[in-house]
Design a protein around this ligand. Structure first.
Ligand code: NAD
Length: 364
């Protein structure tokens, strides 16, 4: 059954959009675009892996619906999220003759979504774009909320723009070809949503892990919709990260430090998982959460075979060093998202880095 989540962004201009979620949805995108969108041309940005898997089929489906489109693939991986790709994409958009009535379609994971969204944000001062996310992380996180951007030598996502998509089409069937490591990246974010906002989702993740890890279609459709709804609720209240949106960074302050300290050898999901376990430990040490509640978070992460401890080869001093240079540190005060109970988190600024190091390296 199709699920629809509407993101209401009414501050002028009205940028409200729908997220459609259904197994097999990929086959309906062409006709839906014809019925609802006013785009005269579509420029599909993807990466080389996704192009090999579904590029031909996707373009064939668009053509069958009477849509002329052009496909452009960037090399797969984070290293493509750079200015040079934006420049190649926008040059191709110019050659293809895209104008302000045209639209970009991002067909891929978060890398493609961020870069295609950014190209759409700056091309002719902004043209519409549509997200067709193909990784679990992109389906529950990066395709929703309108953050677009690229990396620079100085760090991740340092250049970017807020630019909301006009529609998001999510087909959970596409997840079947994802490597296990990418499923784990997404599961870490799903657990994050449960901890920050939804004890019922937490319970479902706890009770149905084997069906979820088998990517059972109807259950995944419901879970993806719920995650989009949670992210949507936060984004609706705080589109440009003035405050509330920070709760989406639960596990990420420490997680980003771990990713950077490992020179990105530790995948994002694993780093965020260790970060969420760290946040649970810090919350417990500060007596903000009950012992058994904090343990439940750590146990759920373990159930999804996500790590909860920093590998011995990484030192906390190195991780904290990277955290200090994080752009999320306001005036060098670390802002941690800590947890009161499953479903309720808050931003906490009373933790000095010394205390963080002592708790996390078990010396408190
Ligand atoms: N804009 C936001 O709000 C936001 C939020 C979170 C993350 N991000 C960004 O998202 C990026 C990470 O996204 P990601 O984890 O999707 O990584 P990704 O886009 O690199 O995709 C991961 C890998 O999966 C492959 N892949 C994609 N779909 C596939 C499929 N259906 N089957 C098989 N393989 C497939 C890709 O080619 C790639 O090799 C980061 O750059 C991060 O900064 C953005």
């Amino acid at each position: 059954m199709m699920e629809t989540v509407t993101i209401h962004l009414k501050s002028p201009p009205d940028r409200t959009y729908d997220i459609l979620i259904e197994s097999g949805l990929i086959r309906k995108i062409g006709s839906d675009l014809q019925a609802h969108q006013s785009g005269n041309r579509y420029f599909v940005v993807t990466d080389t892996n996704v192009a090999d898997l579904i590029g031909k089929e996707f373009m064939g489906l668009l053509r069958a619906a009477g849509i002329q489109g052009d496909l452009f693939a960037i090399p797969a991986g984070e290293t493509s999220k750079r200015w040079k790709s934006v420049s190649r994409i926008t040059e191709r958009m110019t050659t293809f003759g895209l104008d302000r009535r045209s639209a970009v379609i991002a067909l891929g994971g978060g890398v493609v979504g961020d870069i295609a969204g950014f190209a759409a944000a700056i091309y002719m001062r902004g043209i519409p774009y549509i997200q067709v996310p193909t990784t679990l992380l992109a389906q529950i996180d990066s395709s929703v909320g309108g953050k677009t951007g690229i990396d620079t030598d100085r760090g991740k996502n340092l250049l970017g723009a807020f630019h909301q998509p006009t529609k998001v089409y999510i087909d959970p069937n596409l997840l079947r070809s994802l490597p296990e490591a990418e499923i784990k990246n997404g599961m870490a974010e799903m657990i994050k949503y449960a901890v920050i906002k939804d004890p019922e989702l937490f319970d479902t993740l706890n009770r149905h892990s084997s069906q979820i890890l088998r990517l059972e279609a109807s259950l995944m459709t419901r879970l993806i919709a719920r995650c989009c709804e949670i992210k949507g609720e936060v984004v609706e209240k705080d589109e440009k990260e003035g405050g509330l949106r920070r709760i989406l960074n639960f596990g990420h302050t420490v997680g980003h430090g771990i990713e950077a300290a490992s020179d990105f050898a530790i995948p994002h999901g694993a780093a965020v998982s260790i970060g969420m376990a760290a946040a649970a430990k810090l919350s417990r040490a500060e007596r903000l959460i009950a012992e058994d509640e904090a343990q439940k978070i750590i146990d759920l992460l373990r159930q999804y075979r996500l790590p909860v401890e920093v590998p011995p080869s990484l030192e906390w001093t190195r991780i904290l060093g990277h955290m200090k240079s994080d752009k999320k540190f306001v005036d060098k005060t670390p802002l941690f998202v800590l947890v009161k109970r499953i479903g309720e988190v808050f931003v906490y600024d009373k933790l000095g880095l010394d205390r963080v190091e002592a708790v996390l390296s078990d010396r408190h």
